[in-house]
Write a new protein. Sequence first.
Lengths: 389, 235, 284
Amino acid sequence: MRRFFSIAAIAIISICGLLSISAYAQETVKVGFIAPLTGFAAADGYSSLESAKLAVDYVNEHGGIKGKKLELVSYDDACQPDQASALTRKLIENDKVTVMISGSYSSPSRAAAVICQQAKVPFTSTYAVHPSIVEAGEYCHRIGMAAPIQGRTGGYFAVRELGAKRIALLIMNNDFGVSLAEALKETAIKLGAQIVYEKKYPLGETEFRNYLNAIKAADPDLIYAPGYYNEAANIVSQAREVGLKCWLMGDEGYDSPKFIELAGAAANGVFITTDLNRDSERPMTQFFLKNYKERTNIDADMVGASAFDAVMLVSHILNKVGTDANKIIEYWDTIENFEDCSTGPILMFQNRSAIRPMDIQIVLNNQFRYFYRYYEPEVIYLNPPSGGK
Amino acid sequence: MLLNLQDVEIAYGRIKVLWGISLCVGEGEIVSLVGANGAGKSTLIKGIMGIVPLRKGCINFLGHDISKKHPWERAKMGIAYIPEGGRVFPDLTVEDNLKLIASLCKNELNVRKRLDMIYSLFPVLRERLNQKAGTLSGGERQMLAIGRALMSKPKLLLVDEVSMGLMPKLVSSVFETLKALKDSGISMLLTEQNVSEALAISDRGYVLENGRITLSGNSEELLENEQVKTSFLGI
Amino acid sequence: MLQILVDAIVLGCSYALMAVGLNMVYGLLRIIHVAHAALYTLGAYVGLYCLYHFSSSLWLSLIFGAIFSALIGTLMYRIIYNPVLTAPRYVPLIAGAGVFIASQEIFRLLAGPYPYPFNASFKFLSLTHSHLRITETQMLIITFMIGAFLCLYLVINNTNLGMMWRACTQDMELAASSGINVNLIIAVNFMIGSALAGSAGVLMALYRNSVFPTMGAMVSYKAFVVVVLGGFGSIPGAAIAGILLAVAESLLGMVPLFNLPREAIAFLVMVLVLMFKPKGLFGR
């Protein structure tokens, strides 16, 4: 009798356990998310995590994933590749996430991509630009603009639209800055411009006067300074201080209201290549800008927009094909004209990188304003169709 | 009693150096602390000055327990320290080395008079006034060290190996100076390897061996003691 | 050319202001005060807080930044360094590094990860010429640095406090037994060094128009290079080496084919100096 009870008890406990596990599993679809919430990149980590949460709330208010709730499991990678890979493993093995999103910089994203590829878990980076992230394999995607496209767009704009013949490069010395600069340089030279100055500076540099004085001596028509807004604000204001009157062009890393706040009046007239068009009337863009501001009391930036879009796109895919990894990546490559995102729209995925019309924005009256948009395949495609050049 | 140590124990980290040291110095007395190299003499002096903390026991000075006081507080109560090897501040001038002490107790004594007294004791120092102390010879540095200790008009002088590294001629003149100071009413506790010279000028003595006091008594008695004779005097 | 020199000197002033504090601590306690740069950031944040909450005057934030950093710097010594002074030298080094890293996250938690602009209003001299332009901020930094060093020099060489400080740097034990309140001297030392770091933080926040949690990172190792260059413990060495380093960085950065970032130059110079003058340019 006693034995029967104990067996029954064990049986009941284990059934309850099983039920609770399966019930729990039925409740949510988990998406893993890593972002730098501490360390030097904490500001971008905050933007991207809050934006991702905003998107998750939006998805859940609009029916979730086939009736289940979407759940974001996020960790802090401190922008360290080793932490990114450890946390990605943890998200896959312990948290059993269906899809991984990296809201981090290029090097942690690369580390996470490799782990996801091994584990066969669909992965996407958000605003990280380095080409090699998607090269980890068929499970790895990119929502943001790949560096080759973005740099090329900058090159076309500088040479063809602004007519710059002499270009100076002041490059942030990391994956981001270098890969952008290389792409722009290649395009600019192909289009007939000349690179008159090229120098790298380290992340966290604050003093650019000596570079800028040298640039002034080289007398360029345009300075392209790929980097992040913190350094860029110093570059731009010091460039005006030393009396440089040429065009200044940056990248999506400048795309934060903080850039304008820090650079002050000197920010006016700076061009950037970005994918967040604040002047756009697309409802999702306006939804994101308005709700992000309400949620955090800070104006939205490109980094956040990219993370927001990643969650939106992932939930779209999950709603379409369910949680099977192979179906997810199969469908991913066939997506066309995805409109439910704050940037873009995303026209398609080429080599697992998002292709979208490329925007040039300008700072006017202390605001980012729409300036120019490229639709031409030779600019915005990862592999331009006219291969015979 | 001017100074009274009871059951003092000192250790560097886990390594004990001194065990159960009890000794006293009376007003106007010179007391010697003799022992071989490494017996713990210098450590005991530093313990009394407060540079090295006590593990156990207490130190009474003028009836106050000073074992918890900082070295500078002890200095202000009237204890002065002449460290081993003529340690002075090498990058300060001779005059600054002396004035530094004076500046700390300016109300209590007439600096000029005090300086004159020291210069008359050690005329060499007057010639070297603006020289950095680091450039002095060993003997001159030792004089400066004594002079510094006297600047504060101390009641008790702790003298650590004053003869070490000095020429024999200088050694006896230094000991004469100490004796003269005693006559002016300053009490002293000296450690010395030069046992016979030390006991010659002191009233009493303690023998320190391996961190413990093994013998104590009047200087004459100690000089006659067989153990002292064999281990220190080489007789 | 002159312009480049002036810009470099301004930068050098910030290195020097930081390095002096480090050197004062090293001279006295023989520890490398890694957490010193935390006080630079602290000064900037305190200055920012004054700016946003009390008045838009720079002077007030400069004073508050300096005072606050001085207080926290002294507290840091009492709480962090004092208990480990007798431990092996790497212990205070690691403790300091820990405090510095933690401080960055504390600033982030208190003020958020985003950089803040530092818009202070003030009137000062400036110079605009066709070949040379010194902005008000640059002028202020140079003046502040010269003033601070002059004061420091006078205090060290002409006052009793300075004499006691010098005595303590030469022989701490002897100083204590000579009746010098060593704890007080160390506290004053930390106070002055930290106040300089704090005011450097405010000035550089003004110069760069930004305050953010990790702003001390770059400064911390630049100051370290300056300390090595100038010689450990030498205050005039720190001042001169700070300016020399900034000038060297700027001039080498101008050489067309010399494509090394500023950091590389700093450490290259450090390695070269260590090879030929291991005690630094002005070390004893």
